[in-house]
Design a binder for this molecule. Structure first.
Ligand code: ARG
Length: 306
């Protein structure tokens, strides 16, 4: 990664020479309240022990291909494990999330502290225009555009701030199915330029925007069964994709396109409406994250907390 100057004049700071992501151990993970349809009926129904085992599987698999930094979990913030919602990172800047629901607003100061202590330039999104980070904003792998969801959580008028921050073209997509309340639950741009998505989660206008940018061959349409298994909630770094259990058909389709698929059991997190992607936030720049390379041995001292 070179040193880049953002439109607001700040310089990129944390130099990640290899793919790097942020996770938060599930020490305080719990379904404590209902802010999405997945949580309904699951309050206090998750197992902390199983969640920890599942999280460790994901953490271990991700460490095979990337550096994983950790943020300290905080009591009273059971959803903090879903670091994808902390903010959106590019050029050493983080657009810090401004959560829609009060239940998650307590996470903001903790993420703020972590980002500023880690050398990121922190930029705020005003409370009046909620924005839920990478949960609702995904860059095209080559960085040429930013796909931004709105509706259930993020407000469309927060997107303007993202355009100003990075001078990137933002394409706003309206989410219409409450089960797919964040963009990363139903849309996943892949490192090879393809996209995996669940079409009915978007309004007609947004469907057309997607079709205008990706050829038919580039579009992998996921069926409802896979969508409900959070297939689109996938962590992609280079040619590797980490996700919840998916159908053999979808797995074969992705393999055919040259991806190595790592399926994990993430059922405890589905109870809160999240899976692989929600548990992980990209910190390294896109070119570093998607650079072709062989699996990386986990470094010995790579996190802020262990
Ligand atoms: N319970 C959390 C919420 O509703 C889950 C967040 C999932 N994160 C995501 N990036 N989709 O806010």
């Amino acid at each position: 990664m070179g040193t880049l100057r953002a439109l607001d004049g700040s310089l990129s700071s944390p130099a990640h020479g290899r793919p790097t992501f942020l996770m938060c151990p599930p020490k305080h993970y719990e379904v404590d309240y209902v802010i999405n349809p997945w949580m309904a009926g699951n309050v206090h129904r998750s197992s902390r022990q199983r969640a920890t085992e599942q999280w460790e599987q994901l953490h271990g698999a991700l460490r095979q291909i990337a550096q994983v930094d950790l943020v300290e979990p905080q009591p009273g913030s059971p959803d903090m494990v879903f670091t994808a919602n902390a903010g959106l990172v590019r050029d050493g800047i983080v657009a810090l999330s401004s959560f829609h629901h009060r239940e998650r607003q307590g996470e903001e100061p903790h993420f703020r502290r972590w980002f500023s202590e880690s050398g990121f330039a922190v930029r705020d999104i005003p409370r009046v225009t909620p924005f839920e980070g990478e949960g609702d904003a995904l860059f095209e792998a080559d960085g040429s555009r930013l796909w931004a969801g709105y509706g259930p959580r993020t407000r469309v008028d927060s997107h303007q701030r993202l355009t100003e921050l990075w001078g990137v073209k933002v394409i706003s997509l309206r989410l219409v199915d409450p089960r797919f309340y964040h963009l990363d639950t139903c849309f996943c741009p892949l490192s090879n330029g393809d996209v995996m998505y669940y079409l009915p989660a978007f309004d007609r206008d947004s469907q057309l925007k997607i079709e205008a940018c990706y050829s038919k061959k580039q579009r992998i349409q996921v069926g409802e069964t896979d969508a409900l298994r959070f297939a689109c909630n996938a962590v992609n770094a280079g040619r590797t994709i980490l996700l919840n259990q998916i159908s053999d058909e979808l797995s074969a389709e992705l393999e055919l396109r040259g991806f190595q698929i790592v399926q994990l059991d993430l059922t405890e997190f589905l109870k809160a409406g999240g899976a692989a992607k929600c548990l992980v936030l990209r910190l390294s720049e896109l070119d570093v994250t998607h650079a072709e390379r062989s699996p990386i041995a986990p470094p010995s001292q790579n996190s802020a907390y262990n």
